[in-house]
Write a protein that binds this ligand. Structure first.
Ligand code: HEC
Length: 135
């Protein structure tokens, strides 16, 4: 039978392990320095305002009518993106945005693109339970 003293020791050992593990996990956030700034922040607001997320995903989250745009910037480049938004097509409405607004959306998509690869096949699980990405 476990005595009272042993219970207290086990209790504090568990608390210490919990605090240690939690601090270890949160010490290194993968997106620590990735807070959107300047034009990218404005682009993010436009992204929300025009509800692009209703049809597009970022990191797989969003609507499924259009494609995932996480890595659109490196795949297509800003010229294509701007042209596409202006022109639209049968399934995507054309958005009458100013050149500045188009640049802001591109800055946002560039920022998102630099944060990683959206392809789930590139995800790897580390020994400590955190998730990383193959480069
Ligand atoms: C009503 C749904 C809808 C909304 C809202 C929408 N899109 Fe789209 N978008 C689509 C669909 C569907 C496609 C794919 C069309 C195709 O492949 O023929 C697309 C394609 C695109 C593409 C080209 C993707 C590629 O590489 O082929 C870009 C860039 C894009 N959208 C950006 C945006 C942005 C930025 C916004 C917000 C300002 C937005 N879209 C809002 C439906 C939408």
């Amino acid at each position: 039978m476990i005595r009272e003293k042993q219970k207290i020791v086990i209790f504090f050992a568990l608390i210490t392990i919990f605090i240690g593990y939690t601090s270890f996990i949160y010490l290194e956030l993968p997106v620590k320095n990735k807070i959107a700034t300047g034009n990218s922040q404005k682009g993010k607001i436009l992204w929300q305002q025009y509800n692009c997320n209703a049809c597009h995903q970022i990191y797989g989250l969003g609507g499924y009518l259009g494609p995932d745009l996480t890595n659109e910037f490196s795949r297509r480049g800003s010229l294509f993106i701007k042209g596409y938004i202006k022109a639209g097509n049968v399934v995507m409405p054309s958005f009458h945005l100013s050149e500045t607004e188009l640049n802001d959306i591109c800055a946002f998509l560039k920022d998102i693109d630099s944060s990683g690869n959206a392809d789930p096949k590139s995800f790897i699980i580390h020994y400590d339970g955190t998730i990383g990405q193959e480069k």
